[in-house]
Design a protein around this ligand. Structure first.
Ligand code: CP
Length: 310
């Protein structure tokens, strides 16, 4: 399996074996599986990560910064392109060419679908897609898979429900495809205007994956192991009236505590707005904050792998 020098652009570029190898590598950085006092600081000492965020982020940017520093890397970059020479009219391509010569790996978030691939075509060094518009967010998918595997002990023989914005939610699209490698029944719960796009359903059909589509929140989540709740992505709507009509239809209030009590584990890529009541947060089956923490271990693993240091 070759990871050194590889771009991480699209979850579809990875085989089932490669996905499992990345998840296995992430365990080496997770204090739940290794001694807490073990330092990984020498793994990538002397290497530089360039964090190029053309769109806002908390988790992805800060966990990549933290992951890079935990394995000994220096970190450069920006999260406000207007503070760079882009403000003076410098192109995306020239910005990538310049950063390519200052770093050993580029980590890019950009609102435009396809931008990470464009950067990878220009750069000599590995490029990691940290989210390109409504297209892909592969490192989120990997941390979602890691979380399910860590919680359940397996990725086979389970049921995963997705809820909320299944149309624009890049995390849902990529996780659904990644889970299609395993024996997972997938359930899609949304307003019909935010339904899972047909092209993803077609992939599931071709791969013989069992799935179900619901347009109402079920009273019971019986047999569902994980509910992956998502935010309705206001920023992707052209018509705000349509957003306001739909935005509050698939939210989880404190009454969802009864489902958590029955064993459903609640995930969310975060940030959340109002789609999960804060009363759910302290329940042991509300796992969205540990899910975000898992991103650190997965990103440490990915950086070490693409640098050929592990
Ligand atoms: N989940 C996620 O990508 O969060 P951020 O937008 O804060 O990075």
């Amino acid at each position: 399996m070759k990871f050194k020098g590889r771009d991480i652009i699209d979850i579809n570029d990875f085989s089932k074996e490669e996905l499992l190898y990345i998840l296995k590598t992430a365990r080496r950085f997770d204090p739940q599986f290794v001694k807490k006092d073990r330092s990984n600081y020498t793994i990538a000492q002397g290497k530089i990560a360039a964090v190029l965020f053309f769109e806002q982020s908390t988790r992805t940017e800060q966990s990549f910064r933290s992951a890079a520093q935990k394995i000994g890397m220096g970190v450069i970059g920006f999260n406000d392109p207007q503070s760079t020479s882009i403000h003076k009219g410098e192109t995306f391509a020239d910005t990538i060419r310049i950063m390519d010569s200052y770093a050993d790996v580029l980590i890019i978030r950009h609102p435009e679908p396809g931008s990470a691939k464009e950067a990878a075509d220009i750069a000599e060094i590995p490029v990691i897609n940290a989210g390109d518009g409504s297209n892909q967010h592969p490192t989120q998918t990997l941390l979602d898979l890691y979380t399910i595997l860590k919680e359940q002990g397996t990725l086979d023989g389970i049921k995963v429900a997705f809820m909320g914005d299944l149309k624009y939610g890049r995390t849902v699209h990529a996780l659904s495809i990644a889970l299609s490698h395993f024996k997972v029944k997938q359930i899609f719960i949304s307003h019909q205007d935010l339904a899972m796009p047909k092209e993803y359903i077609e992939i599931l059909k071709k791969r013989g994956v069992a799935y179900e589509i619901l347009t109402k929140i079920p009273d019971e989540f019986k047999g569902i192991n994980f509910l992956y709740q998502t935010r309705v992505q206001k920023e992707r709507f052209k018509d705000l009236k349509a957003f306001n009509k739909i935005k509050d239809e698939f939210i989880l209030g404190k009454e969802f505590l009864s489902q958590l009590d029955k064993g459903v584990k609640l995930m969310h890529p975060l940030p959340r707005i109002n789609e999960m009541a804060s009363e759910l947060d302290s329940h042991q089956n509300a796992i969205y904050f540990s899910q975000a923490r898992n991103g650190l271990y997965v990103r440490e693993a990915l950086l070490a792998l693409v640098l050929g240091r592990i």
